[in-house]
Design a protein around this ligand. Structure first.
Ligand code: 5GP
Ligand code: ZN
Length: 116
């Protein structure tokens, strides 16, 4: 655990979060400032800074995060109308929390893939 990391502190139970799914290796919780009707963050419990570091360091765990995100999408009722899965990575993507997290967005049409 990285004691300076917000999401490690959520994993440790030091900061409250609305948890929607937990496995031995992953945690999913609602974003504190939702950008869509459904906005859930899915993380590995182990600290990796971003998706590239995770995929290179532990591809199996990366797959578990992906699988957890798919179950969250199903549990949230997003499969019929669709959803968006997003990993902001680094400054050009505006990553703010450096503990890898998949954003699961859904519940309404999500607009274009990128603003221009
Ligand atoms: P990023 O920009 O790094 O891809 O996304 C970080 C996300 O974390 C943002 O959508 C932000 O609203 C969310 N967030 C920041 N602090 C907290 C928090 O303390 N709790 C929860 N549940 N979400 C947070
Ligand atoms: Zn962390």
């Amino acid at each position: 655990m990285d004691t300076d990391c917000l999401f490690c502190r959520i994993v440790a139970g030091e900061i409250p979060a609305t948890i929607v799914r937990e496995t031995a290796t992953t945690l999913a919780f609602r974003d504190i400032d939702p950008k869509a009707p459904t906005h859930v963050l899915v993380i590995p419990k182990e600290h990796y800074a971003d998706v590239a570091t995770l995929a290179q360091g532990d591809p199996g765990l990366a797959g578990e995060v992906l699988a957890a995100a798919a179950v969250v999408a199903e549990d949230e009722g997003l499969l019929a109308d669709g959803f968006r899965l997003m990993f902001n990575t680094g400054p050009n993507a505006g990553q703010e929390v450096f503990h890898v997290h998949a954003h699961v967005f859904g519940g309404a049409p999500l607009g274009p893939m990128l603003c221009r």
